[in-house]
Design a protein around this ligand. Structure first.
Ligand code: ADP
Ligand code: MG
Length: 386
């Protein structure tokens, strides 16, 4: 178990250090490099990232595709040098920790890697155990049992004809059985079907809790992030937007990006401006607001779909579509209010049909306001930090 610290880490893929990474990565990432991603439309893949991952903790990193999640993971693993800033393992720069002492396991979407031992096609670690011992160590038996993996698969060099889900279970069990000090996951379940994904993630959680392994779990699936970790890091365009437990990110988003990223569907955000205690959007106005938000300022108004009320005397909104979520006894209504589209969430018992008009209200106590230019939350003290 180790504590990982990133101080002001920046990564640019243009420039001489990236050439150096390609060479340094030969053997580890050589067949990955052939498929170069699209060039960046911004300068930095990581932009001034500062972060501490505590000993034994599992943190999840979520964010849209291309926001820098995999880059962050590779830099944490020391497989790539940051352009500036530092990565510390228990206070020591990662470059000073010999690769074979780092004790890292990484599981990718389609394979696993133990950097100091082998490259992609790991030799079965069990071969080593097998040569020296007759009895299967208890740890390996436990991991195989929780991950629902037959030990014979851990014995073989290449698991034969396994399905995607089975292969990932074997890969994860394999990495865990080696007792890593740091376990990094890069969207390991994104090619696994939905039902299996839920059961595998709960098995991973059980093992990480049991063995207290410092872990970073990258995903684009917020349900997975909530299931795996207490603390979630939301990334966008190379930066950390906010860090905290999910309920805090959800209830008190620090900015419009986090508000519009979390939730299913996420928070509705409407463009408008503030004048004389009222917010004015292109399709509706909200009056008598108790907030002081600055006259004539361009301000985004936000409201979660579940906070929109259907009540006599409200704004008339047309139902354009309905998504039923039976297991949650809920439905999402896709509504149009004049020129504005929005989503509302109601109980499944409300009988509505496409084309109908519903009266909707936006209760003051559930409104959030964001500076339209900077995206920053207004009117409340934003809760940031770790
Ligand atoms: P994510 O994992 O969140 O999808 P990545 O870390 O893979 O994001 O990529 C972050 C950004 O860096 C993307 O815009 C991507 O195009 C760019 N990038 C990633 N790898 C390379 C590379 N090898 N060469 C050039 N640009 C890259
Ligand atoms: Mg990625």
């Amino acid at each position: 178990m180790i504590t990982i610290q990133l101080n002001n880490v920046t990564k640019s893929y243009s420039g001489p250090d990236w050439e150096h990474d390609v060479q340094a990565g030969q053997g580890l990432f050589s067949h990955r490099q052939k498929a170069m991603p699209e060039p960046l439309d911004r300068d930095l893949a990581l932009d001034n990232v500062t972060l501490t991952i505590h000993r034994g903790e599992t943190v999840s990193v979520i964010g849209p595709s291309g926001c820098g999640k995999s880059t962050l993971l590779r830099i944490i693993a020391g497989l790539m040098q940051p352009t500036s800033g530092e990565v510390l393992y228990d206070g020591r720069p990662v470059s000073e920790v010999p690769v074979d002492k780092r004790g890292i396991g990484i599981v990718f979407q389609d394979c696993c890697l133990i950097p100091h031992l082998e490259s992609y096609d790991n030799i079965g670690f069990f071969d080593i155990v097998h040569r020296t011992q007759h009895k299967i160590p208890a740890r390996i038996e436990h991991i195989a049992e929780v991950m629902n993996v037959e030990i014979k698969y851990l014995l073989r060099r290449k698991p034969p004809q396994l399905s995607g889900g089975e292969r990932q279970r074997v890969a994860i069990a394999h990495c865990l059985a080696r007792d890593p000090k740091l376990f990094l996951f890069d969207e390991p379940l994104s090619n696994v079907d939905a039902k299996l994904r839920v059961s595998i993630r709960s098995n991973i959680k059980r093992l990480l809790d049991y063995y207290h392994i410092t872990s970073v779990y990258v995903t684009h699936d917020q349900m997975e992030a909530i299931a795996l970790s207490e603390r979630i890091i939301v990334m966008n365009a190379g930066r950390i937007e906010q860090t905290g437990p999910y309920h805090r990110l959800y209830d008190a988003p620090a900015n419009a990006f986090v508000a519009g990223f979390l939730g299913n569907p996420p928070m509705n955000l409407f463009e408008g401006y503030f004048r004389e205690q009222s917010w004015h959007g292109k399709s509706f106005t909200i009056e008598s607001l108790p907030h002081r938000l600055g006259e004539e300022k361009e301000i985004l108004l936000g409201i979660r779909p579940e906070h929109i009320q259907i009540e006599m005397g409200g704004f008339p909104a047309t139902v354009e579509g309905i998504d039923k979520h039976f297991s949650e006894r809920a439905q999402v209504l896709h509504l149009r209010l004049n020129e504005t589209f929005l989503a509302a969430r109601t109980g499944i018992d409300l009988s509505v049909h496409p084309g109908e008009t519903l009266p909707i209200r936006f209760p003051n106590e559930h409104l959030a306001f964001f500076d339209q230019t900077s995206g920053k939350r207004l009117g409340v003290r934003s809760i940031e930090g770790q």
